[in-house]
Design a protein around this ligand. Structure first.
Ligand code: DNO
Length: 356
């Protein structure tokens, strides 16, 4: 296991120098944030990002994400050109030496919450989701009322997209995902890049849109679409764990045994009702994610890939990007490493040497 930390590039209020001081964190998870969705990522810009990360004594371990254009998810004719551009971005990753790509296939919306700063009993704040609150959100004026999505889509754009998805049910979305993977996974294999799909978060349909990467059966179906090690999974405990029917260690075991877990996102969620949860401190006992059992399963599967603490709460008065403050994620990184050490999981030479 290689402990990593997400960094949003130059606009991230957390400098790489601070991330470098979290013991054991050497890998950075990042992306190019100023390329339009669908355009090929310029090699020069990606190299510059890698150099910035290297210069801070860290490694660019994972690209999260290269967003998949809606036209690919909708199966529109422009998908051929868009898939070629996606492949060009994946090859740029290979050229720069970033081995893992986290991406998702959620229609229109990526991760979705109804409250970005729910106050917990200890005074910290956390991201929360409540399906009843979601159903009260009015999208007729665009995404303005959806927490975290303020300016994403205008009313007209969103209406057109929602309308286009009326013709795409879950099975159709699977066909489009299969098409995408058949095009991209072989190129990723050639480029030395492992693709790692992120489960849908939350793992159920929202706003009437299909969501298909929601449970263990879906993840197994996914890896069967293209039978290549380049076609794998981001095992996200918080996304899958929001549905109490998901047996996380059992899912991790089946995917891990087949060598298809390429990245782990570890975060805890407390389920407070049907389709209602909030994020919680990382240790097992604060939520419904059996973190110790998940890590033990990853250890048994010989997991050596990158892991990140994923979202954290806002603590100690920190203000910042929802879910992505420094303090609680750093605590998460330390807890996860402690758990891993206690479980006797393999650690890189490089990771174990204390910097002189
Ligand atoms: C949320 C993240 C997701 C993730 C994408 C991957 O914080 O886990 O936004 O980056 O779904 O494509």
């Amino acid at each position: 296991m290689q402990m990593t930390f997400r960094w949003f590039g130059a606009s991230d209020p957390i400098p790489l120098e601070h991330i470098r001081q979290i013991p054991g964190v050497r890998g950075i998870v990042s992306a190019l944030y100023d390329v339009a969705v669908g355009d090929a990522w310029p090699l020069a810009a990606l190299s510059r990002l890698a150099e910035t990360i290297d210069a801070a004594g860290l490694q660019f371990a994972v690209v999260e994400s290269i967003p998949v254009h809606e036209d690919i998810k909708l199966g529109r004719p422009s998908r051929d050109r868009l898939a070629d551009q996606y492949c060009a971005s994946v090859h740029a990753m290979g050229d720069v030496g970033v081995p893992v790509l986290c991406y998702n296939f959620m229609p229109i919306f990526d991760w979705t919450r109804t409250d970005l700063s729910m106050r917990l009993s200890d005074g910290s704040t956390a991201l929360a989701y409540d399906d009843a609150a979601l159903s009260r959100i009015d999208l007729s004026g665009g995404t303005g009322d959806l927490p975290g999505w303020a300016a994403a889509y205008s009313a007209a754009e969103l209406a057109a997209l929602l309308d286009a998805y009326r013709a795409v049910d879950g099975e159709r979305l699977w066909e489009h995902l299969a098409w995408f993977l058949e095009r991209v996974a072989p190129e990723a294999a050639r480029a030395g890049v492992r693709m790692a799909i992120h489960p849908d978060d939350p793992p159920w349909s929202i706003f009437g849109l299909p969501r298909i990467i929601t449970d263990g059966a879906a993840l197994e179906r996914l890896i069967g679409l293209v039978d290549s090690p380049a076609n794998g999974v981001t095992f996200c405990t918080g996304s899958l764990g929001a549905d109490p029917r998901n047996d996380l260690p059992a899912i991790a075991r089946r995917l891990g045994e087949r060598g298809r877990i390429h990245f782990a996102h570890c975060r805890n969620v407390a389920i407070t009702g049907p389709r209602q949860f909030h994020e919680a401190p990382h240790p097992s006992r604060f939520g419904d994610v059996p973190m110790r059992a998940v890590l033990a399963t990853l250890r048994d599967a010989g997991f050596t890939g990158p892991m990140r603490p994923d979202h954290g709460r806002m603590i100690w008065g920190e203000r910042g990007r929802p879910g992505y403050g420094l303090h609680d994620r750093a605590l998460g990184a330390m807890y996860l490493q402690g758990l891993w050490e206690g479980l006797g999981g393999p650690v890189d030479e490089d990771e174990s040497s204390f910097p002189s």
